[in-house]
Design a protein around this ligand. Structure first.
Ligand code: ATP
Ligand code: MG
Length: 790
């Protein structure tokens, strides 16, 4: 029965949710279900379930309490199989009984006391069993490669298809969503222990349907019910009762703070303390009390995720619901928002990676898309006022005096009469905003109108959102929106300009990029697929700012290159008369060495599907595989996909670097069977491995027995240098994503491998530094590696 639930039918066959694999047909499905992996995971799941049923969650003890003490205490309810204590923080434990009856007896007892401490004993949360590689979660996030995406976009038939591809590539996966849900559950469980009746709710891109793989997790901690709980508990205490009527007493953490009068800073400190002390895996907890909405930031190590907690931020939860509704009202909204978000990120107009900053934030950008969709003829989305009129009485929602009423479901909203396709709408977006007078207008989604800015300056604008009872557009005692070069009113909190942080410079870039995008969308290259396999449509639209990104846009652009000369002595020890064979084997070995340097020495992450695959064995020359000393990282073979095409090598005259082209006779050399002469990788570098490298190397040599080596002379030393740099730097984040195209350029005297470097995502602007470092480091390091591969 459970096996049936694991199998989903898909357009291409079947998908096993338990093992997370696709299966093409019925016979293979039968084999899969009977197979080792599926059987093993089924057994594991059954075991986990029985463990869950026979265990309890215990808290309320101190870090000094030992495992044995807990074990001995719980033995009175039945034989205890195991006590698992949270090692990191030591504030809770899972007690597992040998039989489920132990759990029942323990839960049946109303009060538990151990050495004067009152223990809290709860049933375990039932968590969905999920596959994690090697039974442990793999913290590496999937890296989205723009290099690979570009390749796939070029293959698509239409811009519409390309936009759908963007969504598929970037959207949060089911696994991502589940992992985030589990973290919210964990936080709810822990915070609920200390702050009874509190509610943790996710908002923002994790749940608004526009989330991407690495987006942050925005959370609201709602303490309204906890406040009520505290006041009840205090009243009963004053009346001399030990417990409140619902059987719980005020916890010690609550007795230190009065939620009704606490300042925002005190509440943040409380949240930060709980995160630091009680949530395993949480680190880098930081209160940001200067933000418009004070918040606590944290990192969650198991998912390499950044989280933000704001308190009682109900408006944000509501505007997230609004974006969800917009997304559900019309299927074109998501592809459009994803494409515009990606465009803005590539052009360095949006992102603000560390929170505050002068760029657009994704929320403001999404509102701009919604406003455009409200403004097209006929509209794709209704105005907020129209939505409000469609809501029923139960859906009326007023938060902090702002009217946030709209229907909770999309069903009651009539479908749009607009039949434009995605390509037309995207072009329309750029046309609309390239003509939009941002500094003179205030974007207002309530009526899909651009209001003249003068009205806001003089403060005589009519009330647009006065709820019954008279809350005005500007809340009493508050000024109007902070005006700037770009003004986008929040659809609910009408005194707030969500783009109020934008600098004049960002505004200028925005205008410039909108104009460029509009011009490009008018061209045939945007609208029509290239018959010659050139980049077209979104590929050129999404090229990073300042980078041509793709061939054709700027004919004078040449990606930076590093050349590695061919040396016959490296060619597997074969005599030089067999030039072709030597060259082929040499290039194979070079590619293996390049891959090892990026992966093992510089700790770059290969983007899925673009790793080099060694050529198949040929009897004639043997293989590089036989000679590789350093095995591939576990599991990397499944990531590897042959991406290296077998091509005729370019002659020096045709080659990408004409600077060193010999004028001698050309040779047309054919590649040896099974040995491609071009290769392609996409990598992500997450640390500044070049920063202070020489000093770190010197220090390492001083403190170890290792003999001093020139840069690139020893792979073990260089790997340790990288490791040491990484330890000193901040948490890894995607600094620069780049692709490498390696080709053999053959000439009679100067055969060489040319490695072209193309930055595919360089929002943080590190590519130049990284490339500069590689210019001197890579040739020597590759040479060292190749010598090892002989
Ligand atoms: P991402 O995290 O992928 O950049 P996001 O939609 O989560 O996208 P955040 O900047 O993290 O954007 O904001 C999270 C949520 O906080 C938004 O969905 C919105 O509800 C609220 N929010 C963000 N910025 C503002 C703002 N300037 N004004 C009002 N609410 C905002
Ligand atoms: Mg967010």
């Amino acid at each position: 029965m459970e096996a049936d639930n694991d199998i989903q039918t898909t357009p291409r066959g079947f998908h096993c949710k338990l093992c997370d694999v696709n299966i093409p047909n019925k016979p293979s499905l039968g084999d899969h279900v009977k197979g080792k992996k599926h059987q093993h995971l089924s057994r594991l799941r059954a075991k986990r379930k029985s463990q869950e049923d026979s265990s309890v969650f215990v808290s309320g003890f101190t870090p000094e309490t030992s495992r044995t003490q807990l074990h001995d205490y719980f033995e009175q309810f039945g034989p205890v199989a195991e006590v698992i204590m949270d090692k990191e923080k030591g504030v809770y434990a899972i007690v597992e009984f040998s039989e489920a009856s132990g759990t029942h007896s323990a839960l049946a007892q109303l009060e538990h006391r151990l050495q004067g401490l009152k223990l809290r004993v709860k049933p375990r949360e039932k968590k969905e069993f999920k596959l994690t590689s090697g039974a442990r979660h793999n913290p590496k996030k999937p890296h989205v490669s723009l290099g690979k995406l570009n390749h796939e976009l070029c293959q698509a038939a239409t811009v519409n298809e390309q936009m759908q591809k963007v969504v598929e590539t970037f959207q949060l996966s089911e696994g991502d969503r589940k992992a985030r849900e589990l973290l919210v559950q964990l936080l709810q469980e822990v915070f609920g222990e200390f702050l009874p009746d509190c509610q943790i709710t996710p908002f923002g891109s994790s749940v608004n349907t526009f989330g991407v793989h690495a987006c942050d997790l925005d959370l609201v901690l709602d303490l309204e019910n906890t406040k009520a709980f505290q006041s009840r508990a205090r009243t009963s205490e004053q009346a001399g009762e030990e417990r409140s009527e619902d059987g719980r007493s005020e916890d010690s953490i609550l007795s230190d703070i009065d939620l009704a009068t606490a300042t925002a800073a005190e509440l943040l400190d409380l949240v930060a303390a709980i995160l630091r002390k009680c949530v395993p895996g949480v680190h880098k907890v930081q209160c940001v009390s200067t933000a418009r909405l004070p918040l606590v930031k944290f990192n969650y190590r198991p998912l390499t995720l950044q989280g933000d907690i704001t308190i009682n931020n109900r408006l944000a939860v509501r505007n997230t619901r609004f974006l969800q509704l917009c997304s559900a009202l019309d299927s074109r909204v998501r592809p459009l928002v994803y494409t515009v978000r990606l465009w803005a990120k590539q052009k360095q107009l949006a992102g603000n990676p560390f929170g505050g900053g002068p760029l657009l934030n994704n929320y403001a950008l999404t509102l701009l898309v919604v406003f455009y969709l409200q403004s097209v003829e006929p509209p794709v989305l209704p105005t907020v006022e129209q939505l409000k009129a469609m809501a029923c009485e139960e859906e009326v929602c007023i938060i902090d005096g702002w009217d946030c009423t709209f229907p909770s479901q999309p069903f009651g909203v009539p479908p749009s009469a607009n039949a434009d396709d995605l390509c037309t709408l995207l072009f329309g977006f750029f046309r609309f905003y390239s003509k939009f007078d941002f500094p003179a207008s205030v974007v207002n989604l309530r009526e899909a109108r651009a209001l003249p800015i003068g009205d806001f300056r003089s403060g005589d604008e009519e009330m647009h959102n006065a709820p019954e009872g008279g809350a005005s557009k500007h809340r009493p005692g508050h000024a109007g929106p902070k005006l700037g070069p770009v003004n986008v009113l929040d659809p609910f909190e009408l005194q707030h300009n969500v783009a109020g942080n934008l600098s004049e410079r960002t505004h200028r870039s925005l205008r410039h990029e909108l104009g460029e995008a509009e011009k490009y969308c008018r061209s045939l290259q945007f609208q029509r697929k290239s018959a010659k396999g050139k980049s077209w449509g979104l590929v050129r639209l999404l090229a990073p700012r300042g980078e041509p990104g793709t061939a054709g846009r700027d004919a004078s652009y040449r990606p930076p290159e590093i050349c590695i000369p061919f040396r016959t002595s490296e060619a597997h020890g074969r005599p030089s008369q067999d030039d072709e064979a030597c060259r082929a084997v040499w290039f194979s070995r070079l590619c293996s060495a390049v891959e090892l340097v990026f992966r093992d020495v510089l700790k770059c992450t290969a983007v899925e599907g673009t790793a080099w695959q060694e050529p198949c064995k040929t009897q004639d020359v043997g293989t590089v595989e036989e000679a590789v000393e350093e095995p591939s990282a576990e599991g990397s073979s499944s990531l590897c996909k042959a991406h290296a095409g077998v091509k005729r090598p370019l002659t020096a005259d045709e080659g990408p670097s004409s600077s060193s082209s010999p004028q001698g006779k050309r040779q047309r050399l054919e590649p040896l069977a099974g040995h491609p002469e071009s290769a392609h990788w996409s990598w992500v570098q997450t640390q500044q491995v070049w920063a202070g490298r020489r000093k770190v190397r010197r220090d390492l040599v001083k403190t170890s027995d290792e003999a001093s080596q020139p840069e690139g002379g020893s792979s073990s030393l260089e790997s340790r240098v990288t490791q040491r740099i990484a330890e000193k730097q901040a948490d890894p984040r995607d600094l620069v994503e780049f692709s490498v195209d390696a080709t053999v350029v053959a000439g009679s005297e100067s055969t060489k491998a040319v490695l072209k470097f193309i930055p595919t995502n360089d929002v943080s602007g590190h590519f130049q530094d990284f490339f500069h470092f590689l210019e001197s480091f890579l040739p020597k390091m590759v040479e060292t590696k190749m010598a090892k591969l002989q």
